[in-house]
Design a protein around this ligand. Structure first.
Ligand code: HEC
Length: 110
């Protein structure tokens, strides 16, 4: 009986963490995206772009809050550059994934 209770408690714990962990992971990725946007990418996106969620107020490029690019559009700009915006060949594929998802979500471009 005792061990059955333990088993139940263990199962409940597992189920709870299964529910909580994905949320924490999403938060961590959001935080990583924000860091890349404000500091990690060189030159930082925030120097040139406004994105309220990141506390960025750059005015060289378009406001991303207004443009609301989807992840694919952000990816193209990062890969090829556009106008005076340089390409970002030093970002790893994982960083690009995190950054494009973040910008699309934060600007509500999805
Ligand atoms: C040196 C300034 C500068 C930096 C740094 C910069 N951008 Fe840009 N960005 C621009 C300008 C200017 C444009 C508009 C280019 C045009 O349309 O001619 C632009 C355009 C864009 C666009 C719209 C592309 C389209 O299809 O219209 C996105 C999305 C974007 N930037 C995201 C980023 C992200 C993310 C970063 C950081 C990794 C970044 N930018 C860094 C200046 C910059």
């Amino acid at each position: 009986m005792r061990s059955f209770k333990k088993l139940l408690a263990g199962t409940a714990l597992c189920m709870t963490s299964a529910l909580i962990l994905p949320v924490q992971a999403a938060d961590a990725r959001d935080e990583a995206g924000k860091l890349l946007f404000t500091k990690g990418a060189v030159p930082a996106c925030a120097i040139c772009h406004t994105l309220e969620a990141a506390g960025a107020a750059g005015a060289v490029g378009p406001s991303l809050d207004e443009l609301q690019p989807d992840a694919e559009r952000v990816r193209k700009a990062l890969k090829n550059g556009i106008g005076v915006m340089p390409a970002f060949p030093l970002l790893t594929e994982e960083q690009i994934e995190i950054l494009t998802t973040y910008v699309a979500r934060a600007s509500r471009g999805q």
